[in-house]
Design a protein around this ligand. Structure first.
Ligand code: GTQ
Length: 367
């Protein structure tokens, strides 16, 4: 059956204002009420309607200001020394896109953050440095560039850099705006450091095998037992897949980070992926529900998002709002390009809200 997107049809609100109606609306307002037909078309859009706009944050512009924060405040003073990235249309909720938060955190050699936990879930993607570590639920995990790490909701966590390391910078991704919108966030600070409950890197060493999970370990938590996904293993896996797999016409070789115990998303509210665009690849345009924050992990190229071109290279961060057409281009004719991204897909899909549409012309025209 044909569906029409026209607010003049029967079934949509189309009441003209009259002095009598306006007086009536005033009476309702005074009682904390309202007439649905005055807001119905607005609160029931024909199609998903993002309030965020596509944006790109250039690392070359931000890096010196991120470093400067480490001269201005200590992690003890700041709790978390982070420059956060905010969407022009989501300033009221501190979101980078949709209901997702992102920021760039800097930690100098010998520094560490206080341990804390919250109902918001967190993840990190390592941008630069050496000797960085995070402690998640008593597990100390060492970090290298392009590693992806999770801090599931309500797990104690703290981060630091070894005395003989190099200043570490990583991207934080959290569902803070979503959890706040649900009015369900909380926050607790630990008095002191966490006690380590497992050998260093226990989680990645025990659960990070090729589809292997230890038979003797029970895992009933609602998040991945694998806390770190090493670039050292992820990148070769993408290259291997690319040898034999065309991949998606919209995303190239797109690999989802998964919970090895279930095959599902790494956490309940946020998922993440790494995708490889072959040399010269230009993907087709599509749009779907779900909000996405990207970081270029390797190479250079551009994405056309909502008809606008955004050029990116290693460490640049950009976002694709829900239901906005997007396509990606690897500008190199010889090297592959890799895009890390995280998203709210676990929420979207578990609530039955996922939908997708391919662009009628295959590609967008740039405005
Ligand atoms: O490391 O837990 O960028 O709680 C913002 C809030 C990082 C963190 C952020 C946080 C964290």
């Amino acid at each position: 059956m044909e569906t029409k997107h026209d607010d003049s049809v029967i079934g949509r609100a189309r009441v003209q204002d009259t002095p009598e109606l306006e007086a009536y609306y005033k009476e309702l307002e005074n009682l904390g009420a309202g007439a649905l037909w005055t807001v119905a078309n607005d609160i029931e859009p024909w199609e998903p309607r993002p309030s965020s706009i596509p944006m790109l944050w250039k690392y070359d512009d931000l890096r010196s200001l991120v470093i400067k924060s480490s001269e201005l405040v200590t992690p003890e003073q700041a709790g978390r020394r982070v420059v956060y990235l905010v969407n022009d249309k989501r300033k009221d909720v501190s979101a980078a896109v949709g209901w997702l938060y992102t920021g760039i955190q800097v930690t100098r050699p010998g520094e560490s953050t206080p341990a804390h936990k919250h109902k918001a879930a967190a993840l990190r993607f390592i941008m630069e440095g050496e000797g960085g570590y995070t402690v998640v639920d008593g597990n100390r995990i060492t970090l290298e560039v392009n590693d992806f790490v999770i801090t599931p909701n309500s797990t104690w966590h703290e981060h630091g850099v070894a005395e003989d390391g190099k200043t570490c910078i990583w991207q934080d991704g959290l569902d803070i705006p979503l959890i706040n919108a649900l009015e369900a966030n909380d926050y607790a600070v630990l008095d002191g450091k966490q006690e380590l409950t497992a050998p260093e890197n226990f989680s990645p060493l025990v659960y990070g095998g090729v589809g292997l999970v230890p038979a003797d370990q029970e895992w009933d938590k609602p998040y991945s037992p694998l806390f770190k996904y090493s670039w050292k293993k992820v990148y070769p896996a993408l290259l291997e897949a690319a040898q034999v797999h065309e991949g998606s016409p919209f995303d190239g070789i797109l690999m989802q980070y998964t919970n090895p115990a279930t095959g599902g998303h790494v956490m309940q509210t946020m998922g993440a992926s790494m995708q490889l665009l072959r040399a010269g690849e230009h993907t087709k345009a599509h749009k779907h529900t779900g909000s996405f924050v990207y970081q270029c992990a390797k190479g250079k190229g551009y994405s056309i998002i909502g008809g606008k071109r955004f050029d990116w290279k290693e460490r640049d961060i950009f976002c694709v709002p829900s239901w906005v057409y997007h396509e990606h281009v690897n500008l190199s004719e010889t090297e592959d390009a890799c895009l890390f991204s995280f998203n709210d897909l676990p929420v979207i899909t578990s609530l039955g809200l996922y939908q997708e549409k391919t662009h009628p012309d295959g590609y967008q025209t740039v405005e």
